[in-house]
Design a binder for this molecule. Structure first.
Ligand code: 5GP
Length: 193
C-alpha cells in the first residue's frame, strides 16, 4: 500500500459516498511526504515523454504540480479562476469549468504567453471526479496548439466517470491512488494506476 493510500485510510474523511475530505494532507495542510511520493510516481511514468510544461488549476493542484515541475526542471503554469487586472490586456486561453465539490462554474484563464505550440504539457490535479477540470485544461492546451503528454492525478475516484472521459478523448491517465468505493467507515482501492 502506498503512503498516500495509508493517509487516505487514516486521515481522509468521507463526507458522503461521493466526496472525500483530505484537508489534513493534500487540500489545506500539505504533507511533503505525500508530495514526494506522488511527484516521484508521475516522473517515473511521464518522465521520458519530453515534457516542457506542467499545467494545473488553482488552488489544490498547485502543490503537486510544482513538486513535479521541480523534479522535471520545467516551468509550472496554473490556470487562474479569477482574472487579475494585470492580465486584462493579454491574449488568453479560457474555458468554463464546473466544480464538482463547489457546484459552481468558473471561467479559468491561462495567458497565451505561457503555453505555445512548441510545448508538451503534463496536466496534474489533486482529484479526478467527472474530469471537468482536466478536460478544461485539455481544451486550453489544445487552444495553444501544444501537445498533451498525459494527465497525472493524486486521487482518482474510479466510481465516477472522469477517467473514462479522458481515455475516450485519447488521453493517457496515471493516478497514484484509485478509490473504488467511498463510505463512512469504508474506503476501498482499485488495483493499478
Ligand atoms: P472533476 O473536475 O474531475 O469533476 O473534479 C476535480 C476537481 O474537483 C478537483 O480539482 C478537486 O479540487 C475537486 N474534487 C472533486 N472531487 C473531490 C473530492 O472528493 N474531494 C475533494 N477534496 N475535492 C474534490
Amino acid at each position: 500500500m502506498s503512503y498516500l493510500q495509508e493517509r487516505i485510510l487514516s486521515d481522509g474523511v468521507a463526507l458522503n459516498e461521493d466526496v472525500l475530505k483530505v484537508d489534513s494532507f493534500l487540500n489545506h495542510q500539505i504533507d511533503p511526504v505525500v508530495m514526494n511520493e506522488v511527484s516521484k510516481e508521475f516522473v517515473d511514468y511521464f518522465g521520458d515523454k519530453g515534457i516542457t510544461k506542467v499545467l494545473t488549476i488553482e488552488a489544490s493542484g498547485i502543490a503537486p504540480a510544482i513538486w513535479v515541475a521541480s523534479e522535471l526542471q520545467v516551468p509550472m503554469v496554473f490556470a487562474k479562476k479569477t482574472e487579475p487586472s494585470t492580465m486584462k490586456s493579454e491574449d488568453q486561453y479560457t474555458h468554463d469549468v464546473h466544480s464538482f465539490t463547489k457546484n459552481k462554474t468558473s471561467r479559468v484563464i491561462v495567458s497565451s504567453k505561457y503555453l505555445s505550440a512548441d510545448d508538451r504539457v503534463l496536466i496534474i490535479d489533486d482529484f479526478l471526479a467527472n474530469a471537468e477540470a482536466s478536460l478544461g485544461l485539455v481544451d486550453i492546451v489544445k487552444q495553444s496548439g501544444a501537445e498533451i503528454a498525459g494527465v497525472g492525478i493524486c486521487i482518482e475516484k474510479s466510481f465516477q466517470p472522469g477517467r473514462q472521459k479522458l481515455e475516450d478523448a485519447g488521453i493517457d491517465v496515471y493516478s497514484v491512488a484509485r478509490i473504488k468505493e467511498l463510505g463512512k467507515d469504508k474506503i476501498t482501492f482499485e488495483e493499478g494506476h
